[in-house]
Design a protein around this ligand. Structure first.
Ligand code: NAD
Length: 390
């Protein structure tokens, strides 16, 4: 149990505040997604921000609140900081998260938790050892679309789920003007980091988190990756594979065809096929993408039209008021809000360390693209929370 300088445990410290105090470390492109959506969560208070580029922290706090911290040590020494939100580049994730945990702070990290599974596991163990909460993006499982889909699957609207088709193909990135992309505060999109990280490490989690929340941990999988547009990244070296295909089998027996890529035209859809119909979301990057239900219909004669026309399902949760209306609506603040609530309830966040570690493990295996079926040592089922009761 990590005790702070005035002798309080993390929980006592949190409960002593009416709200949970949050500091952002790293105020680059993605920080605008967070700053813009934080007012949705009144139990979170932006205490401030720090960036090694001081001007970025200054403009962040001017826009979204709190004060600019001078360095990491100042944050770590501040007993009023409950949660560190780690929005640094991937290569910095482990060191910043480790420093925060060692200082007794709870951590919400952008994905991935760390650059290697060993480092991520070490962070998870450190958090457990110190009774601190650790959680990680993506948090789109909290979107209206995800919550509505999960409830529909759980309620048995499509009977037993058997197959899922999931895609996070964002279009041919190499042919887009990605060097000109700017956040709302004018911060350039860091293509020099994202492209070498590759499509799997950047984007697989958006589909995997939904699939694992519905069907349980992955028990068997195969992945294949390739670099299709190697010659098209002018001036960029160390480009990671831009196309990945995965074949996954989940604990409840559902199987999935997954594609993640920067080659094929945009397709960010997820379809779940059950024996009583199908459920589809057209875009998992839009918090309010409609959930379409097709019931199994009576057929006669030689027809393959065994499904009724698509019907939109009413959303089971309200929309968030504050949205970052750039290209996609990722409900990013929802993950910090979940961690904040978990703190007050003395519980683990839905995106628990074991859940995040499993998403990461599957992502690394997919990125490795070995092309052979692997049996996974799955986390205990009570370590990975499920949104759908089985
Ligand atoms: N760019 C996106 O569209 C996007 C979307 C969702 C999630 N993410 C994730 O968000 C994270 C950040 O991405 P980004 O696009 O904002 O990157 P970015 O490079 O624009 O911003 C990172 C910031 O962190 C600062 N920094 C680096 N090391 C630091 C340290 N040790 N302490 C404090 N500040 C430090 C940098 O100066 C920079 O301002 C990554 O994990 C990325 O995967 C990015």
């Amino acid at each position: 149990m990590a005790i702070d300088r005035i002798g309080r445990s993390p929980l006592e410290r949190t409960l002593s505040h009416r709200t949970v105090s949050v500091v952002f470390v790293g105020c680059g492109y993605a920080s605008d997604f967070y700053g813009a959506t934080m007012p949705n969560y009144p139990h979170l208070k932006i205490k401030g921000a720090f960036d090694i580029k001081r001007a970025r922290a200054t403009t962040f706090v001017k826009e979204y609140g709190g004060r600019a911290f001078d360095d990491l040590a100042e944050i770590m020494d501040d007993p009023e900081v409950d949660v560190v939100v780690n929005l640094t580049p991937v290569a910095q994730h482990a060191s910043v998260t480790r420093a925060a945990l060692l200082a007794g702070k709870h951590v919400y990290s952008e994905k991935p938790l760390a650059s290697t599974i060993d480092e991520a596991t070490e962070l998870v163990e450190l958090a457990k050892e110190r009774s601190l909460l650790l959680s990680s993006a993506p948090s789109t499982v909290f979107s209206q679309s995800a919550q509505t889909l999960f409830k529909a699957v759980g309620d048995g609207l499509i009977g037993t789920p058997h197959v899922a088709y999931a895609s996070l193909d964002m279009g041919a990135l190499a042919f887009m003007p990605y060097r000109e992309w700017r956040s709302s505060r004018g911060i350039p999109w860091p293509y020099w980091d994202e492209v070498p990280n590759g499509c799997v490490m950047e984007h697989a989690g958006y589909q995997l988190s939904w699939l694992i929340a519905m069907f349980g941990p992955v028990v068997r999988m195969a992945g294949h990756t390739s670099l299709q547009l190697a010659e098209k990244w002018h001036g960029l070296r160390d480009v990671a594979p831009d196309m990945a295909m995965g074949f996954l089998e989940f604990a409840n027996g559902t199987v999935c065809r997954l594609s993640i890529g920067w080659v094929a035209p945009a397709d960010l859809s997820l379809t779940v096929v059950g024996d009583e119909g199908t459920l589809s979301v057209a875009d998992v990057w839009q918090a309010s993408s409609a959930v379409m239900w097709r019931r199994r219909a009576m057929t006669s004669g030689k027809t393959n039209a065994y499904l009724a026309e698509p019907e939109p399902l009413p959303f089971v949760s309200p929309p968030t008021r504050h949205r970052y209306t750039d290209t996609h609506d990722l409900t990013v603040g929802a993950g910090i809000a979940d961690l904040g609530t978990a703190l007050s309830e003395e519980a683990q966040p839905f995106l628990s360390p074991d859940f995040c570690l499993h998403v990461l493990d599957v992502s690394f295996r997919l990125a490795a693209g070995r092309g052979v079926m692997e049996e996974l040592t799955i986390p205990r089922s009570d370590d990975v929370k499920l949104a759908v009761k089985r």
